[in-house]
Design a protein around this ligand. Structure first.
Ligand code: B12
Ligand code: SF4
Length: 449
């Protein structure tokens, strides 16, 4: 059976792109299939905007089974790929996975030419689907999917989460069409899966539930070593928030990098309540150049409303420590969460003046299916599920203030960040930092590509 795994184009999906990173989902799915004797191809269309060309590629590939990854904002491109695939060969099976179809499987199956949706963790589920399609086992017996049988949508028994993440094969980043044509690949490595928190705006739990499962330190460093050996990679991104979840494991992770003398730099997301001077010092020694903290707000009321479970004091402490140790810090903040008003925004501005992040990322509270914020917005009559049948991107939450007000505060915050850079020399220094240069390099590579 010829299997084609596709990362959809981001064209018109308006996904803000922090530099290209290849879909970790497809790297994992493909690795699991290869481990079990299948030979899937990965087609990375992230930067391909030419649908005529995409159709030609799909016609040439002649897959029997197409697996497409799907975020909310890329959903329409995923459906279009499904439709093109069926147009070329009506017998091709189309499978979708990812955070959007996991929650909206009913709508997806009812309205688009998709045969099967993978609900949640896909590694073993997709393998079972492929085997079932090959040997004719009824799909009802595959746990963790939804599929169409005539006019009926059938959802099977949920699949338990994989308990031992070390049993998973090394993600397969190396069977990429057009890989060679790219600039540096900003590769994401994950330390584990899931998150024990449940911030109101975050869709993580819709795929992973609220349980955190960690890989062993050796496994994570093996993955990093593999990337370093096989690519020109020098900067690696650790995507999940949980790098600092356990002080002991963070230290072991850093020690393992140093012990193997791995020559690379890395940056990571972290929660402000999970760092200490000891961990940060070790992280710096082991090549960590930047930490991105989810600050979200300077108002205790908003932090409580969004269930972030951090305090303003913890934010201040984390930034103070990170600056002291000499790691670049990025703060991500949000505007427009429930309860937001000019005075809570002023509290965020005051906090930013105290913590002085090297980089600031301001976003407007956005609605994704499956999040607490989405459920609240539905109760408030601000959105309903029909919205996702349109080709519009995930909307901002307007329960607290209108778009233009949020837009105004967002840019005011960005302007104040520029002023905080204490004049042009600090601003230029931050532009010339290792992380900025790598972003610039990636940007140029993509423009020239
Ligand atoms: C790291 C990360 C990033 C990185 C890298 C993203 C990338 N290349 O995928 C960066 C910083 C670049 C990023 C950017 C964005 N991200 Co992001 N990101 C994450 C994060 C923290 C981890 C993703 C990850 O590595 N997962 C590990 C892989 C293995 O898991 P997975 O992708 O879910 O895949 C599994 C299953 O879903 C399923 N599956 C998925 N696809 C498929 C396909 C097939 C065929 C099959 C069979 C199975 C399958 O099987 C996989 C293996 O078990 C998640 C939160 C989270 N904890 O999941 C948010 C998350 C995915 N991001 C999100 C968002 C919104 C974005 C942005 C739009 C943000 C923005 N405003 O710009 C952009 C979009 C980028 C893009 N690709 O278009 C949302 C998505 C919500 C949604 N419903 O769409 C999430 C869930 C966080 C949130 N806000 O709630 N992100
Ligand atoms: S925002 Fe971060 S801490 Fe909060 S639920 Fe999502 S992954 Fe967990």
């Amino acid at each position: 059976m010829k299997i084609l795994l596709i990362n959809p184009p981001r064209h018109k999906a308006h996904t803000l792109n922090y530099g290209y990173t290849f879909s970790p989902a497809l790297a994992c799915i493909s690795a699991m299939l290869r481990k079990n004797g299948f030979s899937p191809q990965i087609l990375d269309l992230f930067d391909n905007h030419n649908w005529k060309n995409i159709k030609e590629i799909l016609s040439k590939e002649e897959p029997d089974l197409v697996g497409i990854t799907c975020l909310t904002n890329t959903r329409m491109n995923s459906y279009r790929l499904a439709s093109i695939s069926k147009g070329i060969n009506p017998n091709v099976k189309v499978v979708l996975g990812g955070p959007h179809p996991t929650v909206m499987y009913q709508q997806v199956l009812e309205n688009y030419p998709v045969d099967i949706v993978i609900i949640g963790e896909g590694d073993l589920t997709f393998l079972d689907v492929v085997k079932a399609l090959e040997d004719g086992t009824p799909l009802e017996r595959v746990k963790g999917i939804a599929f169409k049988r005539g006019a009926k949508i059938i959802k099977t028994e949920p699949r338990p989460l994989i308990t031992d993440l070390d049993s998973l094969p090394m993600p397969n980043y190396y069977h990429l069409e057009s890989r060679e044509n790219r600039g540096p690949l900003r590769t994401g490595v994950s330390i584990g899966r899931g998150c024990p928190y449940n911030c109101q705006f975050c869709a993580s739990s819709s795929v992973w539930g609220n349980i955190y499962r960690a890989k062993s330190v050796k496994k994570v460093v093996n993955e990093i070593e593999d990337i370093l050996e096989r690519s020109r990679e020098k900067i690696i991104f650790i995507g999940d928030d949980m790098i600092t979840a356990s002080e002991r494991e963070t230290i072991e992770f850093c020690e393992e990098i140093l012990r193997r003398r791995l020559d690379f730099r890395w940056y990571a997301n972290a929660r402000v309540d999970s760092v200490s001077e000891t961990t940060l010092t070790m992280m710096k020694k082991a090549g960590c150049i930047m930490i991105c903290y989810g600050v979200e707000s300077g108002s205790p009321k908003i932090l409580k409303n969004i269930k972030k479970k951090i305090t303003v004091e913890q934010i201040i402490d984390a930034f103070e420590l990170t600056h002291r140790v000499g790691i670049t810090c990025q703060a991500t903040v949000m505007i427009g969460n429930p309860g937001e008003n000019p005075s809570t925004i002023a509290a965020t501005e005051r906090l930013l003046n105290i913590i002085k992040p090297d980089y600031l990322w301001v976003s407007m509270a956005t609605l994704y299916p499956g999040t607490g914020l989405y459920i609240l917005a539905k109760h408030q009559g601000l959105i309903n599920d029909e919205y996702w049948l349109s080709n519009r991107i995930a909307p901002i939450y307007r329960g607290s203030m209108g778009f233009w007000k949020m837009f105004f505060y967002k840019w005011k915050m960005n302007f104040n960040q520029f002023k905080r850079q204490k004049g042009i020399s600090r601003f230029i220094r931050s532009l010339l930092s290792e992380i900025s240069l790598s972003r610039l390099r990636e940007g140029l590579a993509q423009v020239l590509h």
